[in-house]
Design a protein around this ligand. Structure first.
Ligand code: GCU
Length: 676
């Protein structure tokens, strides 16, 4: 089967392709991409393209002008649009202005990437871009770094497969230990450019022996990928092993303060830049889940990160140092070992000690990409450090691309969260300060890219929200629908919204309740395993007993985790009375009779949501069946088959969770339903 065009089917460029388009800009690789896009669209739909570096002789008759402002002579309309942009508010390398002053739609940009993003904006607007008059709009990304991390291995790992936590087949970069033909990577770059992603890390954060060599003797693999992604405005990054000086360089140590180690990193990095001049930098998982790190040498994470940063700084590279550090061999029930506390305990004391080109990459929650977690307190604890927020587009804990689970609303809630209260800054603004947004990618070599065709919407939403975190995630979903299913009939659009809008909340309703997390099968993290968490040999981490459930993370009587938040949240979360219900069991151990804001006792909430969740999934499946005539047959069949699995799995969750809590509590369902 041909690769699915995802949100860039030919139709998405129809409006542009029927027009007279003028591109005024230089001839670099990114401008070339702009010209290629419009040329292809015009060839298909009968439009005309002119491309040059100075004012076009044809500009007068153009329907669409795409103009780089560094030209000596701007076409009149473009000069007028440029003049309207507030002085002192530069567009920047990636921003663009869009207007339709008279008969022509005009995009102006100061840099090639801005021109490319402006073109895709016009594609999103479709015919509306050419309709009537449009006032000036200026668009700039909220964060300069919008990155996807691939957890791809070159070899197939015996337990994790080729892509760790990948649910869409093998890697798009490698097959059977060798680089692949990169035509799909090209398509991928195009899809990413259309949503504004500008950085990709190509290999797994757990760096195994073969992948470690990407830094040295397999650097050619990385250079080839970088060549393919560069015309889409994307810089390539690499996950490296902290132990590289030993495993690749043969040194007896990887101590970050040892001069031989520092010299080794400098020389390795110099080679990288000689091969890939716009290389982005490193991603490092250190001292976590078995990966080597500075602790082995009695050094701190700042010492470790700074050593690599020193090697990169002259070349304009950065180190994404991950804050996902905890001791996975440790019992984390009490004050000193609560896993939720770990990232803050490790990193908050180091604020101010990181080099300027270190970015601390923090998972959005304190645990691990759960369906519902509070926002990580590390984000508010590092005022002198660049912080990137890490999301997970791959649905490790949210249905593994077998369940429909549109994550836009979850991410929007994180990005809009204000750690210092309603008058303080939002998470998005902290990330916008230099760190950016990062997500673990969900694509593989599956023809639909993402296994579940509807999981493409998550990748789409990540890019769009990284560009503008305050977009309404349901508007973003609507954009994705309009492009992907173009031209989308209203019956299809409304069915897709019914299926997808609340699918994250539906998923939550039949899985672990009220922020308690996990309850998945160990290892695979798929399907219900109520007591199955792998790192709790001493018992259940959720503390369910015959009286109640939940983890006491208060300062008063629990692990003290609430104290890692600034006011007001440290107090809001501390008290059962003010803690939001959706996070109740994350912060508190409460009796089954505890009455929620809905008026229902906790145990009844658990029963009701689990019955209700299954009903909703059955309804999703019914809606999907109804629209068979409006969807490409292969895509329809794939989703239908996965919805069968979602129904099956949701029932299994319902039955296991309800039976578990019924047996623990002995309290029957007030509505008299049968609990298996
Ligand atoms: C999770 C995931 C691992 C991954 C880790 C990480 O624990 O299950 O597969 O390596 O996160 O983010 O590093």
């Amino acid at each position: 089967m041909k690769t699915d065009p995802a949100w860039l089917p030919d139709q998405a460029f129809r409006a542009i392709g029927t027009r007279r388009v003028v591109v005024c800009g230089g001839d670099g690789p990114v401008v070339r991409t702009v010209v290629d896009e419009v040329t292809r669209a015009c060839a298909r739909y009968g439009g005309r393209v002119w491309h040059g570096t100075a004012g076009s002789p044809d500009a007068d008759g153009a329907d669409l002008l795409l103009v780089l402002t560094d030209l000596d002579c701007l076409p009149g309309e473009a000069a007028a649009v440029r003049a309207e942009i507030a002085p002192g508010q530069p567009l920047g390398k990636e921003g663009y202005a869009l207007a339709r002053p008279a008969g022509a739609t005009v995009v102006v940009a100061d840099g090639p990437a801005g021109l490319l993003y402006g073109l895709f904006h016009v594609a999103r607007l479709g015919e509306a871009a050419f309709d009537g008059w449009r006032p000036l709009e200026v668009h700039r990304p909220a964060s300069a770094r919008r990155m996807l991390d691939h957890w791809d291995n070159i070899d197939v790992h015996p337990v994790m497969g080729q892509v760790e936590r990948g649910y869409a087949g093998g890697s798009i970069f490698w097959r059977a230990g060798e680089p692949r033909d990169l035509h799909r990577v090209r398509e991928y770059g195009r899809l990413l450019a259309a949503i504004g992603v500008n950085a990709v890390a190509v290999n797994n954060v757990n760096v195994h022996a073969t992948e470690a060599r990407l830094l040295t003797d397999r650097l050619g693999d990385v250079a080839a990928i970088a060549d393919v992604l560069r015309p889409f405005g994307i810089r390539t990054h690499l996950s490296v092993s902290f132990a590289s000086p030993m495993v690749l360089g043969g040194l007896p140590t990887a101590d970050p303060l040892d001069p031989r180690v520092r010299e080794w990193w400098s020389s390795a990095v110099a080679d990288v830049y000689a091969t890939i001049p716009d290389f982005g930098g490193f991603v490092v998982k250190a001292d976590s889940e078995g990966q080597p790190g500075p602790f082995g040498y009695g050094r701190t994470h700042a010492d470790g990160a700074n050593a690599l940063a020193a090697a990169l700084s002259d070349h304009g590279g950065v180190v994404h140092w991950r804050a996902f550090v905890y001791n996975h061999r440790q019992d984390w029930r009490d004050r000193t070992t609560d896993r939720a506390r770990a990232a803050y305990d490790h990193f908050a004391p180091l604020d101010g000690q990181f080099a300027d080109n270190v970015i601390l990459q923090v998972k959005y929650g304190p645990i691990d990409f759960q369906t519902r977690e509070p926002v990580s307190p590390v984000i508010a604890a590092m005022p002198s450090t660049s912080v990137a927020v890490e999301l997970q587009v791959t649905q490790e804990y949210t249905g593994q691309q077998r369940h429909v689970c549109y994550l836009g609303p979850l991410w929007a809630s994180i990005l809009r969260f204000r750690p210092w209260g309603p008058d303080g800054r939002a998470v998005a603004s902290v990330a916008g300060d230099g760190g950016g947004l990062v997500a673990v990618s969900n694509v593989g070599d599956d023809p639909f890219w993402t296994g579940h065709p509807l999981a493409q919407a998550n990748l789409y939403a990540f890019g769009r929200l990284a560009w503008d975190p305050f977009l309404d995630p349901l508007d973003v979903l609507d954009e994705w629908i309009s492009l992907t299913f173009a031209p989308c009939p209203s019956v299809l659009r409304s069915a897709l919204h019914e299926i997808m809008d609340s699918s994250w909340q539906v998923y939550e309703s039949y899985t672990a309740p009220l922020g308690v997390g996990f309850m998945v099968n160990p290892g695979s993290h798929y399907g219900p395993g109520v007591d199955g968490y792998e790192y709790t040999p001493w018992g259940t981490y959720h503390f369910a007993d015959r009286d109640g459930v939940g983890v006491d993370r208060t300062r008063a009587s629990g692990t003290g985790y609430t104290g890692q938040y600034p006011a007001p949240w440290r107090d809001v979360y501390e008290s059962v009375a003010s803690c939001p219900d959706e996070l109740l069991l994350f912060f508190h151990h409460v009796p089954y009779s505890h009455v929620l804001r809905s008026g229902l006792p906790l145990i009844q909430h658990i029963y009701d949501t689990h019955f209700d969740g299954v009903t909703k999934v059955v309804e999703m499946r019914r809606r999907w069946a109804e629209i068979a005539d409006f969807v490409n047959a292969a895509r329809h069949a794939r989703v239908a088959q996965l919805l069968d699995e979602q129904v099956r799995c949701a029932q299994e969750w319902r039955d296991q969770i309800n039976a578990y809590f019924f047996r623990k509590s002995g309290i029957p369902d007030a509505r008299g339903r049968h609990i298996h």
